[in-house]
Design a protein around this ligand. Structure first.
Ligand SMILES: Cc1cc2nc3c(=O)[nH]c(=O)nc-3n(C[C@H](O)[C@H](O)[C@H](O)COP(=O)(O)OP(=O)(O)OC[C@H]3O[C@@H](n4cnc5c(N)ncnc54)[C@H](O)[C@@H]3O)c2cc1C
Length: 490
């Protein structure tokens, strides 16, 4: 157990000042109160008590942190506002036929990458399946669909307006690698993936990625396809550098999902945590103390409070913004909580009578580039049925009709036989509306980093936003382990 690393393990700290009820409880937990009650009998050697921890939010981040704390001997309660755990990890079965299912939120993970997540897959006895959603991608550009082979053809590339260097690069490398051509000169300046300012590239935080590309000779076509006029160039380059440090491609072509849906992982964690998880319990207020926290929450219509040594905030910052905090957050923290950028999205789902794309000989993995349907791919192939299932990503508030109309406009085959369409719309979810963070705008990195991963007194932060790379489940899992370790060592 990591507690053994703590030099204070056998030396309980005497409380200073008046002893509160909580302190008495802590002492009782340490076995000291029992010794005192025995009237001067030699107390048993004190055991360092586990810390009491409230985890606010039962998404993958909160559940993983709770489970890691329980394994280290701490007393954990998870307060989850919704009637289910998992947050953005949500597998939908109803109203699909024949045992088909779809991941309505987080749908893939990579290898390499997601190492801690893979550790839980193994620990919980779950099965990862290869997920061929990035094979043979068709891309719609200027109203036409292009295969991967077409997008490696120098004549096609020159027709888009790429310059000579870019054409040569794309003729030998896959389309998704193009950013690497411009990031390469900067990547080796980063040696610690958590210290972006050590790279000596702060000037890149004063420009957008689009400006950096232009400065470094990118064509208008490259700017069009890989530019970003909102994101800090330093943030984009730092992300690429930390992927290189981890040995992960910029856009891993091989990805995985869990058999039965990714929610099998959060369900398994929930089962292990048992009655430590309280559903339908939104946190409604936080009081920050020197040595602990008091958390207000609602349960079955009643206002309740709970005191703890630590609070782990495992809800998105968009939801944390709504929770009153006393005393108020210090100014810098307040800026992080209020100003952190997120996106939201929806997941269109199409169930078809047959796997018509197979009959048509058309790849179902299509990048459409429309707000009503950004891209689409096939899912749940292993389910024994002749029916087909396609899923996609679209902007928040997209309707099923809009998404299906976009698909029908673009799909090039003749056999399309979608029989049912619906949308999982995160923008309408009262508790899990904000999906993942997006890159910071210029000048924001210093304001947000590293504060966003640091504790504020007795409050720790876990979630997809609380790590260096904004890859949802991976960031949530990494932050969960970091915080469990920090509380255990404190
Ligand atoms: C459409 C879509 C596709 C995605 N694809 C991928 C993917 O392929 N791979 C990947 O790794 N990630 C993906 N993600 C991102 C990933 O799902 C999330 O980043 C990750 O699940 C977030 O986990 P979390 O624990 O940080 O937060 P959440 O999932 O938001 O969990 C927070 C929890 O806090 C609860 N909560 C909120 N307010 C309160 C309150 N006041 N009191 C108590 N509880 C509260 C919520 O109900 C929720 O359960 C995707 C997300 C979406 C929406």
């Amino acid at each position: 157990m990591s507690r053994a690393r703590d030099p204070d393990v056998s030396r309980p700290v005497a409380p200073r000042g008046p002893v509160s009820r909580r302190d008495v409880l802590k002492l009782a937990g340490a076995g000291l109160a029992a010794g005192a009650a025995a009237g001067g009998a030699e107390p048993a050697p004190p055991r360092r008590p586990g810390r009491s921890v409230v985890v606010a939010g039962g998404g993958i981040g909160g559940l993983t942190c709770a489970w890691e704390l329980v394994k280290r001997g701490h007393d954990v309660t998870v307060l989850e506002a919704a009637g289910r755990t998992g947050g953005h990890v949500r597998t939908v079965r109803d109203p699909l036929a024949d045992g088909l299912y779809v991941d309505g939120g987080a749908e893939h993970f990579t290898r390499p990458g997601y190492e801690l997540f893979w550790g839980h897959v193994k620990e919980l006895g779950l099965t990862a399946l290869p997920y061929p959603r990035r094979e043979n991608i068709l891309r719609r550009i200027d109203g036409r669909l292009f295969t991967e082979e077409m997008l490696a053809d120098p004549a096609v590339l020159a027709g888009f307006g790429f310059n000579r260097r870019e054409v040569d690069f794309l003729a030998r490398e896959p389309w998704w690698k193009l950013p690497a051509l411009y990031f390469a000169p900067y990547l080796d300046s980063f040696s610690d993936e958590y210290r972006p300012f050590d790279a000596g590239l702060d000037r890149l935080d004063e420009m957008t990625l689009t400006e950096l590309l232009r400065q470094d000779g990118a064509s208008a076509a490259a700017v069009r396809f890989i530019g970003d006029a909102q994101s800090s160039a330093l943030h984009a380059v730092w992300h690429a550098a930390l992927l290189k440090l981890r040995g992960v491609p910029l856009f891993p072509p091989e990805v995985f999902r869990l058999a039965g849906g990714n929610q099998t992982l959060t369900d398994a964690l929930t089962a292990r945590l048992g009655d430590r998880v309280r559903l339908g319990c939104p946190v409604t207020g936080i009081e920050r103390g020197e040595t602990g926290v008091r958390v207000r929450y609602r349960e079955a219509g009643q206002e309740k409070t709970r005191e703890a040594d630590w609070l782990v905030s495992a809800m998105s910052l968009v939801k944390l913004r709504e929770v009153p905090v006393t005393p108020p957050w210090p100014e810098a923290r307040g800026q992080v909580v209020k100003g952190f950028p997120y996106y939201t999205a929806s997941r269109p789902v199409f169930q078809s009578r047959t796997r018509f794309w197979e009959t048509d000989g058309v790849s179902p993995n299509i990048v459409l580039g429309e707000t009503a349907l950004e891209h689409v791919w096939r899912m749940a192939d292993e389910v024994p049925t002749g029916r087909g299932l396609l899923v996609g990503t679209a902007a928040g508030f997209t309707s099923a009709e809009e998404a299906l109309a976009a698909f029908r406009r673009v799909y090039p085959g003749r056999g399309e036989d979608v029989e049912q369409a619906f949308v999982v719309d995160w923008a309408r979810d009262p508790w899990a509306m904000a999906c993942e963070p997006v890159n910071y705008g210029p000048g924001r990195l210093r304001r947000f980093w590293p504060l966003v991963i640091e504790p504020e007194g007795r409050i720790q932060f876990v979630g997809a936003y609380a790590d260096n790379l904004n890859w949802g489940m991976e960031a949530a899992t990494r932050s969960a382990h970091r915080v469990a370790e920090a509380i255990d060592r404190a």
